[in-house]
Design a binder for this molecule. Structure first.
Ligand code: SAH
Ligand code: F3S
Length: 482
């Protein structure tokens, strides 16, 4: 890995990709989920071999790549606005600049992008990044280029990502790509294709490499990590046809977690996202067994109403979800659980919404991400259901649960008052340059005076105060993990 450490205007440490001899400049930015940010690191690695170093400055970029998100209409509008900005920069300051669109919007809109947005020269879907060198050659010759073919195999397992905008402490490692779940509201199965798992060997190698480069925490990424399954490659349905030997040596998510935890016993391991229908108690037992696997499960439920869950094609009931929560808490009493919720899904009545409220009251999530329903063209709900909940109702329901979540988050943070937590220091606190900021095993942010500690240290912090989202404390020494 060829890297230099640079300082940006905000004073945050950035790791840019600077390989000696590379002449061209790449400006790359990402929107949406962690997977997009992780994919951009793979793209930067591919582009580095094509003679591109990254730049933070649009005005001297030879190539701009924007990794896009389609999950809600608003996400797409944000990208459209950025394209206007690139247009202005190209017109006023940088006529040589070429622009490429990557990710989910590229996959969803395909050639429409080239027709609708004159600024766009290049359109590349999430499985086609290895084709970038060929596509770029087309663009260099003045042609537009596009590849949006989805793959049954591509996992980029053989590419070692360049860590962009990294704090040098935490990193994402992707373990599966695509999703086979077909929730009726969700565009991801259309933009990211069928689910594939990555060879565990290459995952472990990436984790070892990160450890050797000073990283202290990895987050294993997938749309649905609990359905991870490696038996030699291919789609899941091929597993039925696989030989007995392949089946006997297959690695599921629980096995993978264990392999990762053992490979680097001091590396913190996180994972995201878990779908309740696929999370097994084996995984929870593995979490309990290894101290370095963090006690946090992001477990989106989307709705507390059985009728809406069914309409969403979420394959579990409210009662099954509650039983799962009870079981997790039996096995790991202080496990943090977080949520994603959608309000205003088509046909959602006030009673359905109250089921969501009561489920939240039952679980008292540590934190969550809440959204109003956004109809996505091509999805089952988009095709078959009328987006019939008025915007005002959606907004009011959203505000209600955002307020409720704040109350629950505060109940959760208050439980840590006067207790000692282990924090991995990630960066300077945004509010004060005299304070460090890091996270606990439960994924709660904790700030405290810097003392003589440094970024990357594991410290024990006595919690003296808190807000709904942040623990505030004093460091009392290195933790035994240090
Ligand atoms: N399994 C994925 C989910 C991706 S989408 C993961 O790894 O996180 C993230 C969240 O966006 C979903 O959990 C859902 O709450 C929300 N979402 C997805 N489609 C949506 C839509 N059409 N409207 C509103 N919110 C949506
Ligand atoms: Fe989307 Fe459901 Fe998969 S929310 S990413 S289809 S698990």
């Amino acid at each position: 890995m060829e890297k230099i450490i640079d300082e940006n205007k905000q004073g945050e440490t950035l790791v840019l990709n600077q390989k000696e001899g590379n002449k061209r400049k790449l400006f790359i930015e990402s929107y949406g989920c962690a997977m997009n940010f992780s994919d951009s690191e793979i793209v930067a690695s591919i582009m580095s071999k094509q003679g591109f170093n990254t730049t933070q400055n649009l005005e001297d970029a030879d190539l701009v790549l924007v990794n896009t998100c389609s999950i809600r209409d608003k996400a797409e509008q944000t990208v459209r606005k950025r394209l206007e900005k690139y247009n202005a920069v190209k017109r006023d300051h940088n006529p040589k600049m070429k622009v490429g669109v990557l990710g989910c919007m590229a996959e969803r809109l395909k050639t429409k992008f080239l027709e609708e947005e004159k600024i766009v020269d290049l359109v590349v879907g999430p499985d086609a990044y290895k084709d970038l060198p060929n596509l770029l050659a087309e663009v260099d010759e003045g042609r537009e280029a596009i590849n949006v073919i989805l793959s049954k195999e591509e996992t980029y397992g053989d590419i070692s990502p360049v860590r962009l905008n990294s704090n040098g402490v935490t990193a994402f490692v992707s373990i599966t790509r695509g999703c086979d779940n077909m929730c009726t509201f969700c565009v991801v199965p259309f933009t990211r294709g069928r689910e594939r798992s990555r060879d565990p060997q290459s995952i472990i190698e990436e984790i070892n490499d990160l450890w050797n480069n000073g990283y202290k925490e990895v987050t294993l990424l997938g749309q649905n990590v609990d359905s991870y399954l490696w038996y030699g490659g291919g789609l899941k349905k091929d597993f039925i046809k696989a030989s007995d030997i392949q089946k006997a040596t297959a690695v599921n998510f629980s096995n993978l977690l264990e392999l990762c935890a053992k490979a680097q016993p001091k590396m913190r391991i996180r994972f995201s996202t878990s779908n309740p229908q696929d999370l097994t108690l084996d995984v929870v037992h593995t979490m309990a067994k290894y101290q370095n696997i963090c006690n946090h499960i992001h477990l989106p439920v989307q709705s507390g109403s059985n009728r809406i869950l069914k309409e969403m094609n979420r394959l579990h009931t409210r009662e099954e979800y509650m039983a799962l929560i009870d079981n997790i808490r039996k096995i790991i009493p202080d496990c943090a659980i977080s949520q994603d919720m959608i309000v205003g899904f088509p046909t959602e009545t006030e009673e359905d919404f109250q089921d969501t409220v009561s489920l939240m009251n039952y679980v008292q999530y540590h934190f969550g991400y809440m959204f109003t329903y956004s109809e996505r063209p091509g999805t089952m709900a988009g095709r078959n259901m009328k987006d019939d909940i008025p915007e005002e109702t959606k907004k009011r329901r959203l505000q209600d649960i955002v307020d409720l979540q704040r109350i629950h988050s505060e109940i959760r943070t208050k439980k840590w008052l006067n207790k000692t937590v282990e924090v991995l220091i990630e960066k300077e606190s945004k509010k004060s340059n005299k304070q460090w900021s890091g996270r606990t095993s439960q994924n709660t942010v904790c700030v405290f005076p810097k003392g003589t500690y440094k970024i990357g240290d594991f410290v024990n912090v006595k919690v003296t105060d808190c807000t709904s989202a942040t623990l505030i404390g004093e460091a009392i020494g290195y933790s035994e993990n240090n």
